[in-house]
Design a protein around this ligand. Structure first.
Ligand code: 5GP
Length: 119
């Protein structure tokens, strides 16, 4: 599947749609999810045009992968989630329930998050 340059997160990266930005560097952008499912619900996305985790892992450069992973860890740390704990999750494709075709990691925290998956 090719990358859709008009997906919502591509528009956020280009500044065409506003977002509550929490962190940004050369490799990643973190912003608040518009429909939060936990007290803290942040989306962390790479800046490159990758559809999913498989696409990102196969095509991103080592620098992009390292930069993205470090940004994700930094955001979790800077939001104070390391000690109380948190959850990261990435939906992929139809079975994963992915809505936006730009690779993203959900970062949840701020309360006990319960079981890993809905029953
Ligand atoms: P997915 O189901 O693809 O893993 O998650 C997509 C997420 O993007 C959802 O949690 C949804 O609330 C969030 N989202 C969709 N549109 C927007 C938007 O325009 N702005 C922000 N900040 N989040 C969005």
């Amino acid at each position: 599947m090719g990358y859709d340059q008009n997906n919502i997160f591509a528009k956020i990266l280009r500044g065409e749609i506003p977002a509550k930005k929490l962190y940004e560097d050369d490799y990643a952008l973190a912003f608040a999810d518009i429909h939060p499912r936990a007290p803290v619900h942040v989306l962390v996305i790479p800046k490159g045009p990758y559809v999913s985790f498989v696409d990102f892992s196969a095509k991103a450069t080592p620098e992009e992968i390292a930069g993205f992973v470090r940004a994700l860890g930094r955001v979790a740390h800077d939001l104070g989630l390391d000690a109380p704990g948190f959850r990261i999750l990435s939906n992929a494709g139809a079975n994963g329930g992915q809505e936006v075709p730009h690779f993203h990691v959900h970062l949840f925290g701020g309360k006990h998050l319960g079981p890993m998956l809905a029953a």
